[in-house]
Design a protein around this ligand. Structure first.
Ligand code: FAS
Ligand code: PHB
Length: 396
């Protein structure tokens, strides 16, 4: 016999325990607002999932305000510039000198671990391995979310739903299609990302592009490198052997000098390059955050940073609502978040097209890219404009 559904009431039901959902839950908790976080995958999976690694200063400051940046401040790598290489020409972009802001290299999975640790220490409701999450009733005064919790059917009534369940989540589908406008752009290439037990070739990031395509040298520590290779969209993560990957990375990053340190490949990920955005980012008492609402190509490392900004924005609006009953900030959430998301889309697309040529790139394409590189490296105004967008200053 099917057991009676578990009945839970909470002010806010958060769907998804990625950076957006976990930070939102943390900020609500700090404002004395209860919530329940529902995560489809297991804790081990979400804590091991290798994704982003570059945190803008605004993101680091948000994590500090949330009281979860202790390890980040101890272990994160502070960066003040990066190298841009085009066909062997090298240029260092000193973004901290130009903007006064730095970026931190600290794996997204580390941010997730720190947020989960804070949530569990505080005893906040955070359920993993939750199946069949559905937003069943979305009304003017709240919603009902149904799911299977520890094998039992559950019914969660709440005043607000925060859809933090990523691009493939269910929350966006709870909005009537006629109420949403979605925009998509797919790039004619992808990234093969590897995590390797190899020291980075350079203490700063190196973005290199040329006839053979784009490559990025990033890192997670002084002994773990994070590298990306532009590949055709049809490739899989296993198409190339480790040796082939290292050889192509060395060709693109060092011109084949053999200077790129190699080591065991710990993880591979094929990242399609695409842009997606849905408007509006709220529907009644349902709010969409992070990848549930917008996807940017990883070229400019904006995905995680936009998700964090959405979480801070919604948490602030909910805190005002619960403290004063005023809903102006809640009503303004979508417009504010979308302005930032579109700015993130535009810079991500500009940086993607600066660094990549698609299949069938023409001499005209190459000439344009050289001109963009020359303009960026030859003008302090252009470099400052680029730097302000790269560190995230221009979105605030
Ligand atoms: P997330 O996708 O991180 O989290 C959503 C959570 O919801 C997941 O834990 C998921 O399991 C859960 N969920 C999904 N459906 C559910 C359901 N029905 N019920 C309950 N839970 C559900 N960004 C960068 O800036 N730089 C990068 O280099 C970079 N690399 C990336 C590599 C890959 C392979 C991917 C997929 C993304 C990458 N990103 C990168 C973007 C990425 O970092 C996202 O922007 C970031 O994870 C967004 O955070 P969230 O919005 O919290 O979504
Ligand atoms: C990363 O380290 O994952 C990373 C860094 C910078 C980028 C993209 C990805 O532009």
């Amino acid at each position: 016999m099917t057991p009676a559904p578990l009945r839970i009431h909470t002010p806010v039901c958060v769907i998804g325990a990625g950076p957006a959902g976990l930070l939102l839950a943390r900020l609500l908790e700090l404002n004395g607002i209860d919530c329940v976080v529902l995560e489809r995958r297991g804790r081990d999976h979400v804590e091991r999932r290798v994704r982003a690694g570059l945190l803008e200063q605004g993101t680091v400051e948000a994590l500090r305000r949330a009281g979860v940046a202790g390890r980040l401040d101890r272990e994160g790598l502070v960066h003040e510039g990066f190298e841009l290489r085009l066909e062997g020409d090298t240029y260092r972009l000193p973004f901290t000198k130009l903007t006064g802001e730095s970026v931190w290299m600290y794996g997204q999975q580390e941010v997730v671990k720190d947020l989960i640790a804070a949530r569990t220490t505080a005893g906040g409701a955070l359920h993993f391995d939750v199946d069949d999450v559905r937003v069943d009733r979305l009304a003017g005064d709240g919603a009902t979310v149904t799911c299977t919790l520890d094998g039992r059917p559950a019914e969660i009534t709440c005043e607000f739903v925060a859809g933090c369940d990523g691009f493939h989540g269910v929350s966006r589908t709870a909005v009537p299609a006629a109420s949403l406008t979605t925009s998509t752009h797919t790039y004619p290439y992808a990234w093969l990302g590897i995590l390797a037990a190899a020291p980075p070739m350079s203490p700063e990031l190196v973005y290199a592009t040329g006839e053979r395509g784009f490559a990025l040298q990033s890192m997670r520590s002084s002994t773990v490198s994070r590298l990306y290779l532009q590949v055709p969209p049809g490739e899989s993560a296993d198409t190339r052997s480790d040796e082939e990957i290292w050889a192509e990375l060395d060709l693109r990053l060092t011109g084949g000098s053999g200077a790129l340190p190699t080591g065991p490949v710990l993880e591979r990920t094929l990242v399609p390059l695409r842009s997606f955005i849905c408007e509006p980012m709220q529907h009644g008492r349902l709010f969409l955050l992070g990848d549930a609402a917008h996807i940017v190509p990883p070229s400019a490392a904006k995905g995680l940073n936009l998700a964090v900004a959405d979480a801070e924005l919604l948490a602030g609006a909910l805190a005002v609502w619960y403290a004063t009953g005023r809903r102006a900030a809640l009503d303004a959430y979508s417009a504010t978040a979308l302005r930032r998301a579109w700015l993130g889309q535009e810079f991500s697309r500009w940086m993607t097209e600066l660094l990549h040529t698609g299949p069938g790139g023409t001499p005209f394409d190459r000439g344009l890219r050289r001109a963009r590189f020359d303009h960026l490296t030859g003008s302090t105004a252009a470099a400052t404009d680029f730097a302000e967008q790269y560190v995230g200053q221009s979105r605030r």
